[in-house]
Design a protein around this ligand. Structure first.
Ligand SMILES: [Zn+2]
Length: 168
């Protein structure tokens, strides 16, 4: 009751009304400037040429795996070479999404990903969400994969190259 009384008292105070109106106008101005800033810039150009963009837009363009760049059929859910989920709706399907999560967790355990505090924290969190009580087992595998990869070689985001033959 006393809170209601003080609220009514504050509404009658002209200084408070002017202050609240000023804050509201300032907030509206900031939001309007933010909205203009977000939508006023030119659209970002594609990192490839217009010729490549035209090739991509063709109906008979062959889709490539986003992980290993291997061509695959447009109807498959997973890349036949590396197992990455490549279907447009694979992560939304009730059953195949489990394999997609498994593939992501295997990437973390193998240590073959671009390491940053954010990605490592993401793998730790994903392991906790997916495995609950068994998360420490996954965390052990994750840290083991990270330490093994740190000692041997930097992570590769590119598909494995063929080894040069002895005759070259
Ligand atoms: Zn692949």
């Amino acid at each position: 009751m006393s809170l209601l009384g003080s609220t009514i008292y504050l509404k009658d105070d002209p200084t408070t009304v002017v202050g609240v109106l000023g804050i509201a106008i300032l907030l509206c101005l900031v939001l309007w400037r933010l909205f203009r800033w977000l939508f006023s810039g030119p659209p970002q150009p594609d990192p490839w040429s217009e010729e490549v963009a035209a090739e991509i837009a063709k109906d008979d363009a062959v889709p490539l795996c986003h992980r290993c760049l291997a061509p695959h059929d447009s109807q498959v859910d997973f890349c036949p070479d590396c197992g990455a989920p490549v279907g447009p709706y694979t992560n939304w399907l009730p059953y195949p999404y489990l394999f997609s999560i498994g593939h992501t967790l295997r990437i973390g355990a193998s240590g073959d990903f671009r390491r940053s505090p954010l990605t490592i924290a993401g793998f730790l969190l994903l392991g906790m969400v997916e495995y609950a009580l068994f998360a420490p087992v996954y965390w052990f595998m994750l840290l083991k994969g990270l330490s093994v990869r740190c000692q041997s070689e930097p992570p590769s985001d590119l598909p494995p190259q063929d080894a040069p033959s002895a005759g070259d």
